[in-house]
Ligand binder design. Structure first.
Ligand code: ZN
Length: 349
């Protein structure tokens, strides 16, 4: 079995520490990837700290993976050694299903997450993610990263990028559409870039104006502080689509009031508490409140190709893996513009 080196959490409260483990012996349809970079997603922190009550230790987190193909199995046709590739939030789906629903595989039972899950192809061993030097993934779950995108800044596209692209695409963000992005963090800044590249008029709704210059630079047309009550008066009935990346409680009824008739508000951030919404906030104006989670492999490739065409990557701060615990604390304080990416070469340091 191939040996991998990485960093793992061994319980909910200790820092991540160096960890050596076995990857599965590659199958005919597997791609072996040398991991070059891995983004730090807030869900990595939720998972390793067992805030979602599903942690099985040790956990090697990381589902924003960018690297180079090191070897391919005999039945692999889409990739060859040296290709630039990515791996996102899942590495298998619909185990045992007769038909694979290629548009909705990420919403169906049988999804195998990139880490903190069970690898049925490897005797139910735990899956381990991208905070490591290599990974073995079935060809159908490997993505191509366009040649013109730098691998380090492309890594966050695999989770943050597709999380915003999917609802923007599904609700047809484009010319003539007014889109609000709530929250200007790792997710939100991708929404600004992708939404404006699609041709929509993008407005950022953030607690304060501290990141306003960045928001406008990345493509937003307007930027408002939600701490200012005037914002809600001024923008009433204004938006076709609101995408909420906030992981904290907000006044949902106040935001729904910002939608035009038949507009949609889509939840992609996960606040801790249930969402309190008045029926009339939806009834008046036939408004829609929906959710969205990452995207299928097909849609993720479409997103990467779109980003290649438009030259879109994440705004990143690159770190060595030895700084990962410090980076977690900074993510919790929103002290990053806008995504940490671990340089895996630092494993040798
Ligand atoms: Zn993520």
């Amino acid at each position: 079995m191939p040996i991998a080196r990485g960093y793992a959490a061994t319980d909910a409260t200790s820092p991540l520490t160096p960890y050596t483990f076995e990857r599965r012996e590659p199958n005919d349809d597997d791609v072996v990837i040398d991991i070059k970079f891995a983004g730090i997603c807030h869900s990595d922190i939720h998972t390793v700290r067992n805030e979602w009550k599903n942690a099985v230790y040790p956990i090697v987190p990381g589902h924003e993976i960018a690297g180079i193909v090191k070897a391919v199995g005999s039945k692999v046709t889409k990739f060859k050694v040296g290709d630039r590739v990515g791996v996102g939030c899942f590495v298998d789906s619909c185990v045992g299903c007769a038909t694979r629903d290629l548009d909705n595989e990420h919403y169906l039972p049988g999804l195998v997450q990139t880490y903190n899950d069970v690898d049925t192809l490897n005797g139910n061993a735990p899956t381990h993610g991208g905070y490591s030097d290599s990974i073995v993934v079935k060809e159908g779950y490997v993505l191509s990263i366009p040649e013109n995108l730098p691998l380090d800044a492309a890594a966050p596209l695999l989770c943050a990028g597709i999380t915003l692209y999917s609802p923007l695409h599904r609700w047809q963000a484009g010319p003539g559409k007014r889109v609000a992005i709530v929250g200007m963090g790792g997710l939100g800044h991708m929404g600004v870039k992708i939404g404006s590249a699609m041709g929509a008029d993008v407005t950022v709704l953030s607690q304060t104006l501290s990141k306003k210059d960045d928001g406008l630079k990345l493509g937003a047309k307007d930027y408002y502080a939600t701490s200012d009550e005037e914002t809600f008066k001024k923008l009433a009935g204004y938006f076709d689509l609101i995408i909420c990346t906030a992981g904290v409680a907000i006044d949902w009824n106040a935001y729904l009031a910002l939608l035009k008739p038949k507009g949609a508000m889509v939840v992609v951030g996960a606040p801790e508490h249930p969402i309190p919404v008045h029926a009339f906030s939806l009834i008046f104006g036939a408004k829609e409140l929906s959710g969205s989670m990452i995207g299928s492999i097909k849609e993720t490739q479409e997103m990467l190709d779109f980003c290649g065409e438009k030259g879109i990557v994440s705004e990143i701060e690159k770190i060595n893996i030895q700084q990962v615990n410090e980076a977690y604390e900074r993510v919790l304080k929103s002290d990053v513009r806008y995504r940490f990416v671990i340089d895996m070469a630092s494993l040798d340091a």
